[in-house]
Design a protein around this ligand. Structure first.
Ligand code: CLF
Ligand code: SF4
Length: 485
């Protein structure tokens, strides 16, 4: 299991009302057609990721550029966490797998192609898959993630298959910066290097973005934050992509562990701390809606964001299954409608404005819906702003695993510094289980742990936990002050 080591420090600032990622406070102001496009897309809508799932099919092995944060043995790091590798499928295998997953997980609303290379460097495989899905599974939204080099060439093809969501990774607008991120691109049958290569790549990314927006496609831009290389420049990227019609900006941290064998990994380029990432996201949010709940998925991910059910749907496990997709669609429609109806009813109370009575609470959850993660097994905590009226998601904070996966947490635990630092501005943390040692250390740090809400819904648990802490006088002025800093 990978350790995520880049996190020891909490964000410098809490969430401001307008800066809560892609939180659905913005949905009400959107045109009906756009609202329909995002309300059940777990990446384009923060709220949707608690209720709807996505899946990826790894049909695109080749790539046409080299990024210094990528080792080509693994999945495309523009969306995937580096160091994971996915099994490549043929388009026919992919379509079969999509139907099997859609029948088993009715809340799976989005099919994405995000690797393991670049989907548009594999146009036959990518569009063969999309064409079949647009015909055979018309209730599934189609999504693609690309480095953008061949985007202008395929913008019409994307629109033809009703692919409503595209992600372009744009790390810079300045080719001089680009030259230190991309050593080469493969363009018009030639390998091109340096500033010249970056100029072509950036030109095509921006042109492709404009062409997609003209065609009514919603575009999210991903940027990898590389301290000392492009961090000072990403605010400008945010403004520029917004001006060209991008819907959302997702600034992701560089992950550059040496064992992944990337150029940045072996040369010691560091990734950002949580505080640096949060501060940059906050500053970009002045001009652009920011995504803050990205989980840097695998190219064959299945399930809710942060959950990977891929092993349940390997080709050998689904082989020979008869799938009645017409019947599955009826069930899917019913399940998804029920979720949307519930969301419509609860939306007004779920997004409190920042005020002096709100505080931050952390949740350990695998599913993103219920409190179902052991404190010691959590690889991240979801941070919520909570007050007496409800809760709103702020961000995910990655942490380093301290528990080896054994059944019991160590009683005496002295490796909790990273956890405590990451949660230091939170009044409490919800988890499904926790050992007595970590419990005591959290309490000593002024962070109240609770496993009383195990397997309850996150939203209800947060409200009840807030009331409990409030009644016990455990929401100190410090907590409240930090929550809105
Ligand atoms: Fe997949 Fe990407 Fe579509 Fe989402 S993921 S292709 S937009 S359906 Fe989402 Fe995963 Fe982050 Fe990507 S959490 S890595 S942003
Ligand atoms: Fe790797 Fe993706 Fe960059 Fe290609 S575009 S080099 S697969 S990170």
């Amino acid at each position: 299991m990978e350790l995520i080591a880049r996190t020891a420090t909490p964000p410098a600032t809490g969430c401001k009302a307008k800066g809560c990622g892609s939180s659905d406070d913005g949905l009400a102001g959107l045109p009906a057609s756009v609202r329909e496009q995002v309300q059940n897309h777990p990446c384009f809508s923060e709220n949707a990721h608690h209720h709807f799932a996505r899946m990826h099919v790894a049909v695109a092995p080749a790539c046409n550029i080299q990024c210094n944060y990528c080792n080509r043995k693994y999945d495309c790091s523009n969306e995937s966490r580096p160091g994971v590798v996915s099994e490549v499928l043929t388009p026919d295998e992919a379509v079969y797998k999509v139907k099997a997953v859609a029948a088993a997980i009715p809340q799976m609303t989005v099919l994405g192609i995000a690797g393991p290379g670049d989907p548009l460097a594999n146009p036959e495989r990518t569009f063969n898959t999309f064409r079949q899905l647009s015909e055979q599974t018309p209730d599934i939204k189609l999504c693609v993630s690309t480095n953008g080099l061949r985007l202008p060439e395929f913008a019409d093809e994307i629109a033809r298959y009703n692919i409503q969501h595209v992600t372009i990774t744009i790390n810079c607008l300045d080719p001089e910066i680009g030259a230190s991120i991309y050593p080469w691109i493969f363009w018009n049958n030639r390998r091109i290097r340096g500033v010249k290569a970056s100029k072509i790549l950036i030109r095509n990314q921006l042109k492709g973005l404009e062409m997609l927006v003209e065609r009514g496609v919603l575009v999210k831009v991903n940027s990898v934050m590389i301290p000392g290389v492009n961090d000072h420049h990403l605010k400008e990227v945010s403004r520029a992509v917004k001006d060209r019609g991008a819907f959302l900006h997702n600034v992701m941290p560089l992950i550059s562990e040496a064992e992944h064998g990337t150029f940045y990994g072996v040369t010691g380029q560091r990734g950002p701390t949580n505080a640096e990432l949060s501060a940059l996201q906050e500053s970009c949010s002045d001009s652009m809606s920011m995504m803050r709940h990205c989980r840097q998925c695998r190219a064959d991910a299945v399930g809710m964001l942060g959950e990977d059910r891929g092993q349940e749907f390997t080709l050998d496990k689904i082989a020979g299954k008869e799938i009645d997709y017409a019947a599955a669609m009826v069930k899917r429609e019913r399940v998804q409608r029920a979720i949307l109806d519930t969301l419509a009813e609860t939306a007004p109370t779920s997004i409190p404005a920042a005020d002096t009575d709100s505080t931050l609470l952390a949740v350990a959850s695998k599913s993103g819906r219920v409190v179902d993660e052991h404190f010691g097994h959590a690889r991240h905590f979801a941070i919520y702003r909570v007050d007496a009226n409800g809760s709103s998601f702020v961000e995910n904070r990655e942490i380093e695993l301290y528990c080896s996966g054994a059944n019991e947490c160590p009683e005496e635990e002295n490796r909790l510094d990273g956890h405590i630092a990451a949660l230091s501005d939170c009044a409490g943390v919800l988890c499904s289980r926790i050992g007595i040692g970590p419990w005591r250390q959290l309490e000593q740090a002024g962070i109240e742990p609770s496993s009383s809400y195990a397997l309850d819904s996150i939203e209800q648990s947060l409200t009840s936990f807030y009331q409990e802490l409030s009644a016990q006088g455990k929401l100190t002025t410090t907590h409240k002050h930090q929550a809105i800093a």
